[in-house]
Design a protein around this ligand. Structure first.
Ligand SMILES: N[C@@H](CCC(=O)N[C@@H](CS)C(=O)NCC(=O)O)C(=O)O
Length: 282
């Protein structure tokens, strides 16, 4: 029944003397929030252990450091059934230990080798970048640049939280949700565009950083609104990103260019192909 179990090991470049660079991530898969970490891991040589399953199967898993699929009888006897809160419906099976390490109870759920919980995909991303910084530094060339990277990651989280509410509620949007998404989109994209107008080619310090990686993954996920044109039209609404490439050319170009590089495309696969086709770029 649990046919889709995925347990992978990625990016085998980690150094023997750097064993604390190993990180475990449990999530539904594929997940753009996990891709941030996988792209970074691939670039800077960190080994990540990835555990998970397709979204519809995660309610049949025990959410734990040692996450595993549950049988129907496991579930019937389980003391760990909890009401889901975001992005899932019904019950999820989260151990007490999981909730101690992950107080918000969300996936992606990162774990250090000793089981310390690291939550929020941008923070899991930071952990990967820190672990791999001796191979390739993607987290700013000094403390101030690292803080500027953090500034972009914070702005990204505000955007992606609005996008989460918007995409999950797509079939019955309130005008308030739509307007909030539109405002968050304009705010975030205009900031990215302004920054790229400075001509450095990247968001921070003229070099690739996790700020760019997080931007690409979360923005690519937002563009999935484009799969819902009909639903939006039925609600009297239009695609928020409709004129995006004209309004924010550098921001869109940056996302499309980076997503085409091997480091990104080897993780993101065909995720953006439909969008590139729409733009006539395939
Ligand atoms: N901002 C968080 C979002 C994580 C999140 O909201 N995850 C949802 C699934 S999309 C979840 O794990 N929900 C668990 C629940 O409903 O209890 C991140 O980037 O990691």
């Amino acid at each position: 029944m649990m046919s889709g179990k995925i347990a992978e090991r990625r990016s085998t470049l980690s150094n023997d003397d750097n064993s604390n660079s190993v990180l475990r991530i449990f999530s539904y898969l594929p997940n753009p929030r996990v891709w941030k970490s996988l792209i970074t891991a691939g670039l800077c040589g960190v080994e990540i252990e990835l555990l998970g399953d397709k979204p519809s199967n995660l309610p049949h898993w025990l959410w734990d450091f040692d996450a595993r699929p549950l049988s129907e009888s496991d579930k019937a006897d389980s003391p760990y059934a909890r009401q889901s809160r975001r992005g899932f419906s019904g019950e999820l099976y989260k151990t007490d230990q999981f909730l101690q390490e992950h107080p918000f109870g969300t996936v992606p759920a990162g774990f250090s080798p000793s089981g310390l919980g690291i939550f929020e995909s941008n923070s899991i991303l930071r952990a990967v970048a820190r672990a791999g910084s001796s191979n390739l530094n993607l987290y700013g060339k000094d403390d101030y640049h690292a803080s500027r990277v953090d500034s972009f990651l914070d702005a990204n989280l505000v955007f992606s939280r609005e996008a989460q509410v918007y995409l999950l509620g797509m079939n019955e949007l309130t005008l308030e949700t739509y307007n909030r998404m539109q405002a968050a989109y304009e705010f975030y994209l205009s900031g990215i565009e302004n920054c790229l107008q400075q001509g450095d080619g990247y968001l921070v310090g003229g070099e690739l950083s996790i700020a760019d990686i997080s931007y690409v993954c979360d923005f690519a996920q937002f563009l999935r609104e484009g799969h819902n044109v009909e639903s939006l039209h039925n609600q009297g609404l239009d695609l928020i990103s409709k004129n995006g490439p004209e309004e924010y050319p550098l921001a869109y170009e940056h996302m499309l260019e980076l997503s085409s590089t091997e480091a990104f495309s080897s993780v993101m696969g065909t995720y953006l192909n439909w969008y590139k086709k729409k733009l006539g770029l395939d």
